[in-house]
Design a protein around this ligand. Structure first.
Ligand SMILES: C[S@@+](CC[C@H](N)C(=O)[O-])C[C@H]1O[C@@H](n2cnc3c(N)ncnc32)[C@H](O)[C@@H]1O
Length: 352
């Protein structure tokens, strides 16, 4: 019988370390989903103490806790399971500034679509879970909306703090999701009224958040497909935040053309995105966001700064400027101007 050499076993072990990374994710998701981190936030607990709080099947719970210890997600001393302060702040304490529960729930919802990545490579067609029926109301879409609000409220909020909106009066937020950016912009700039547009699910959530944040009287809500929307008034600013990657290059160019015609002369479009570098293999998260689009949307793919700038210029925008935020914010912006119409003395309206 041929025996395997130690060097080959080492190769297999190295490979399996990559292949088995999914167990890190599935145990983490299960511990979060069943509330184990919340239970452990008050201190280490035995299996029975955890089970008393979360119920469920004891053997499956024990297997999950033990695997989590083996994977170093949890630790165990004297039959008590414990989580690090890092994990407890991110997943066990909803009032912690580091809380990431909404993001982890969203990633969990993507496991099904991502497991079909091979099919997407073979056939190019994606299950399109995020656009199932254009309602934005299924589980992955709802979790995406909650995750967007969580990100926008914390690390993403720089757009409202760092860009100058003093000349803005009428803002259109296309693909607003939970509306967090527009809500924050309107809160900081009392002269602005905003129109928030998205599919019905996200619009319902944006309405709820606007009411909770007490700005709903300065917002108009439109549940519609952005590709078919014809507004009844013109805007001086259009925000398209983290939306182009869901509709792909052809859709992006078409949407930017529509933005151009919805703007008054001299108005500006702000395209916020998690841009890829031109090498398309960095930064890390935008390349993963690209993968998500390939399995969860019919035509989406993430985009780089240079190609987005080209689409903006093809749509008619000029003086396109790139604005980046702090290093911990994965979002940055391209801002383009609709040229001033000299024939109308610079005060021209939109093309509506
Ligand atoms: C990733 S979320 C970004 C939400 C928000 N703008 C932000 O930056 O946090 C993209 C949003 O675009 C919306 N969207 C994509 N295609 C759309 C379309 N054709 N019409 C309306 N909304 C669309 C999605 O429903 C989703 O809420």
């Amino acid at each position: 019988m041929q025996t395997i050499a130690l060097a080959d076993i080492q190769k297999q072990v190295a490979l399996l370390q990559i292949a088995e990374r999914l167990f890190d994710s599935v145990t983490l998701f299960a511990l979060f989903e069943t509330g184990v981190f919340k239970v452990l936030s008050s201190g280490p607990k035995t299996l029975q103490q955890i089970q008393e709080k979360i119920a469920g099947n004891e053997e499956s719970l024990r297997a999950t806790l033990d695997a989590a210890v083996a994977l170093k997600v949890l630790s165990r001393h004297n039959e008590r399971y414990a989580a690090s302060e890092l994990l407890l702040d991110c997943l066990g304490r909803e009032d912690s500034p580091a809380y990431l529960g909404e993001w982890v729930s969203f990633l969990h919802a993507l496991m099904g679509p991502l497991s079909q990545l091979g099919d997407a490579v073979r056939t190019g067609s994606a299950p399109g879970a995020l656009f199932e029926d254009m309602s934005g109301d299924n589980v992955p879409a709802k979790r995406m909306t909650a995750a967007m609000d969580a990100y926008a409220r914390s690390r993403g909020i720089e757009i409202a703090d760092r860009l100058d909106f003093s000349q803005t009066r009428h803002l259109l937020d296309l693909g607003c999701g939970p509306g967090t950016y527009s809500i924050a912009i309107v809160q900081k700039n009392p002269q602005i009224s905003a129109t928030l547009l998205d599919l019905p699910g996200p619009i319902a959530e944006a309405r709820r958040l606007a009411a909770a944040r007490k700005v709903e009287d300065r917002l108009e809500f439109v549940a519609a497909d952005a590709m078919c929307y014809t507004p009844s008034k013109a805007f001086d600013t259009v925000l398209v935040s983290n939306t182009l990657h869901m509709i792909g290059p052809a859709g992006s160019l078409e949407l930017l053309r529509r933005c151009y015609h919805m703007l008054t002369s001299g108005g500006r479009v702000i395209v916020q995105a998690q841009y890829l570098n031109d090498d398309r293999v960095s930064p890390r998260w935008p390349t993963l966001l690209n993968l998500i689009q390939r399995v969860a949307t019919p035509h989406g793919r993430n985009h780089a700064i240079s190609e987005t700038k080209e689409w903006m210029e093809q749509a008619g925008f000029r003086n396109v400027q790139y604005v980046r935020f702090s290093v911990w914010n994965v979002c940055s912006c391209l801002i383009g101007e609709r040229p001033v119409n000299l024939e109308t003395g610079g005060r021209g309206g939109s093309d509506l």
